[in-house]
Design a protein around this ligand. Structure first.
Ligand SMILES: Cc1cc2nc3c(=O)[nH]c(=O)nc-3n(C[C@H](O)[C@H](O)[C@H](O)COP(=O)(O)O)c2cc1C
Length: 161
């Protein structure tokens, strides 16, 4: 490769994204959540979305085995939640009052919106799984603004032009 991992990450990190927490339940019914910026819409008809998850992620088994998951789109005041669901701390759910969405997938409070999905397909994308979901329910809070992620830092959306 004419570039190293650092350069690749630096350029990809220059593409600003939103931040989301993908949630599901494991085989024992325990809530599982992981911070992802790889969430995107894929298809309008049928309504499909995707996110990418490292094969080595602890949470992969739950998304592999589960039929349903939800994507929680974080708000600008939820950077701590993003860090929490990206950390190795044992209990990411301590003190969080999540609601049970469709099929019990946890919905976090205070988000900009969420989609609830039935897992459609999983594809191989190098060292990540590409998890495609069909949206079965969705909601948004038009009063809230999103949390953004750019070059390793969090930020806020500001209208330009
Ligand atoms: C802003 C942000 C975005 C992230 N996006 C992704 C992503 O899209 N896919 C991924 O596999 N990990 C992503 N991560 C890293 C995971 O959240 C992190 O590795 C987490 O500890 C994995 O948890 P698990 O091992 O319990 O599954 C992101 C982290 C942050 C802070």
């Amino acid at each position: 490769m004419p570039f190293d991992h650092r350069q690749f990450r630096d350029v990809m990190g220059s593409f600003a994204t939103g931040v989301a927490v993908a949630t599901t339940r494991d085989a024992a019914g325990r809530p599982v959540g992981v911070t992802v910026s790889s969430f995107t819409s894929l298809s309008l008809d049928p309504p499909l979305i995707l996110f990418c998850l490292e094969w080595v992620a602890e949470s992969w088994a739950a998304f592999r085995d589960g039929e349903f998951f939800a994507i929680n789109i974080l708000g600008e005041d939820q950077a701590a939640l993003s860090s929490r669901f990206a950390s190795v701390r044992a209990d990411r759910w301590a003190g969080i009052e999540a609601m049970d969405g469709l099929h019990g997938c946890p919905l976090l409070p205070g988000t900009v919106g969420w989609v609830s999905c039935r897992k459609e397909t999983v594809h191989e994308g190098g060292d990540h799984a590409i998890i495609v979901g069909r949206v079965e329910a969705l909601e948004r809070d038009p009063a809230r603004s999103p949390l953004l992620h750019f070059r390793g830092a969090y930020g806020r959306f500001e209208r330009a032009g």
